[in-house]
Design a protein around this ligand. Sequence first.
Ligand code: 6PG
Length: 474
Amino acid sequence: MEKAEIGLIGLGVMGSNLALNIAEKGNRIAVYNRTADKTRAFYAGAGELQKNIVPTETLSDFVAAIRPPRPIIIMIKAGDPVDEEMEKLRPYLGKGDIIIDAGNANFHDTRRRFKELDGTGLTFIGMGVSGGEEGARHGPSIMVGGTEDSYKRVEKVLTSISAKFDNDPCCAWLGTDGAGHFVKTIHNGIEYADMQMIAEIYGILRDGCGMEASDIANVFGEWNKGRLNSFLIEITEKVLRASDPETGKPMPDVIVDAAGQKGTGRWSAIEAQQLAVPATVIEAAVAARCISAMRGERAAAEPMFNKEELSFGIEAGPWLNRDLELALFAAKIAAYAQGFDVMDSASQEYGWKLPMPEIARIWRAGCIIRSQFLDDITKAFSDTPDVANLIVTPAFSEMVNECLPSLRRIVSAATGAGLPVPGLASALGYFDAYRQSRGTANLIQAQRDFFGAHGFDRLDGLDIHHGPWGSGAI
Ligand code: 6PG
């Protein structure tokens, strides 16, 4: 029997969809699931794609069905299950075989797994896959980390199944070991930031202007035709327009206001902190999800605080919509600039040489944060390769100059009305701090020196590093 080009373990929702996508693009694939019933059901439902699928019920049959060196995708729950599956698989594998973890793994685990296989003849790929169920089935964005040689073995299959932006596959090799999973983590941090800021704008329209969901949907629908055009804005319009089959109310109005999180957004904030890179918008988005989950506390606190200051209200109207659109755009620039900055720093720390224009390029389609805007980022990073930050590229500094006054007006209107906008406000604070040549940390340095004799540098360059307060004086 003709050997399969690739194998896949784990026929859950994501695994099944990815396997069908692989088969549909003309690649022969062997599949295996811990419970054989699932494999049988998957195969039975595969219709005409059965011709490209080899269902197997034992690991030895599974491995034997794949052309060596065998690339094997593991698509199961992240964490210990991946290590356990690798252990079970290893006795059947041979020289050059490639274990590919396509889950949302912590890149530190990916680095460890890559290292553990070093010298065994086997190799490891950590592959970030974005786009949810639909993306897995019809074209995800794929971020690969591992050896370049191992990528070459799977490149054809992966580019065939990935999303395309103007026929350009949204799939790339980004560096060794954890590079792919790290980039996916930052993708998710940006995803959190994007979603949070959209929710804040929704809050201004709902609570500041008293607008109904369907009217807010119209605003997002309008924006999706302009510079904010993106998957997340598109689905925001759709969810706002949907009505609840049980009550007839707008769907968002019946959903509990406590956001879940599986951890990848939080990991990106943690890594930013570890690398000492300011990722304030992403951090604000993670914290906002945490506050949202404290529902009981919020409900108990509400009657305790004076509401007088919350009575301003914000007047709805075309001028406001325009300002909100530009404010959201400016804040989005800050979030992406921060995400790319974290990647730049990680790239140096872990020796990856992450290709920034390439990352922006493969995020243009397929993934959750896909948008036209990422094409602008691709161009900006290609035109100015060694730039310190996205916001100081000529194209983006111009956009920031155009949109910053709107962000300032919206943050001040929202805070004046007592509406929480931590993502937007963090973005504004980031811009204001980033472009301030004389900041206020001189005072912090003086305080540090006062209580701990930590020393400071002087503007005039004199070789004096302590203040007249005496070292260690309190
Ligand atoms: C993607 C998404 C996906 C993620 C969900 C949920 O790129 O397809 O990022 O990988 O799991 O968005 O994440 P949270 O549960 O943390 O919100």
